[in-house]
Design a protein around this ligand. Structure first.
Ligand code: 5GP
Length: 202
């Protein structure tokens, strides 16, 4: 079995992480998506246990005190966190576990594990990002402004990531992320199935 690893994908709200990941989950073998817990309200079309596990503030804080999170952060006035048990189980099964998390969460993961690959998905410009968020039609004007302010701050974190992918054209962004995953899968230290002794003894 090859070694599993964490694939952390961040980028401003509206940049297209969902679209890229949806495609990857259908095409890349061995990938599993880590469903986060959040205190944010469910949006139309989202599904409990698929999009997020929706929690009250009290429930979320209880989970924090019980050490149930690999990482968590307070983003856009809500808690978001990665449940630890699922991630640990899947990594031990040799899976690539995808974490779609914010920049604070990514920094926490970076400080706590050496088995993660970090990709930042950036918009071609901030005006294009705003068009995409407005076009989604799910946020109030206040929310849109909050998300745009956060986008400015999030872009400052690119330096902590291993890879930068600009989502100018969705298909080329998807291709780039696929290439990164394929390259990371073939890192020598992850190729546990490869037995040099067997080949030399042939
Ligand atoms: P949204 O409300 O648009 O679904 O997500 C808002 C932000 O929270 C996004 O940047 C998303 O990546 C981030 N996020 C989602 N789940 C988690 C998580 O488990 N941990 C952290 N740190 N951020 C998360």
């Amino acid at each position: 079995m090859n070694k599993g690893f964490l694939l952390v994908i961040s980028g401003p709200s509206g940049v297209g992480k969902g679209t890229v990941l949806h495609d990857l989950m259908n095409t890349q073998e061995n990938l599993v998506y880590s469903v986060s817990a959040t205190t944010r309200k469910k949006r139309d079309g989202e599904i409990e246990g698929v999009s997020y596990f929706y929690k009250s503030h009290e429930e979320f804080e209880k989970m924090i005190s019980e050490d149930k999170f690999l990482e968590y952060a307070y983003v856009h006035n809500n808690y978001y966190g990665t449940p630890k048990d699922f991630v640990e189980k899947k990594i031990s099964e040799g899976k690539i576990v995808v974490l779609e998390i914010d920049v604070q969460g990514a920094v926490n993961v970076k400080n706590n594990t050496d088995n993660a690959v970090f990709i930042f998905l950036a918009p071609p410009s901030l005006s294009e990002l705003k068009n995409r968020i407005v076009g989604r039609g799910t946020e109030t004007e206040n929310d849109i402004n909050l998300r745009m302010n956060n986008a400015r701050k999030e872009l400052q974190y690119i330096k902590y990531y291993d890879y930068l992918v600009i989502n100018d054209h969705i298909n080329s962004a998807i291709n780039s992320v696929n290439e990164i995953i394929n390259a990371e899968k073939h890192k020598v230290f992850r190729e546990e199935d490869f037995n040099i002794k067997e080949i030399l003894d042939e």
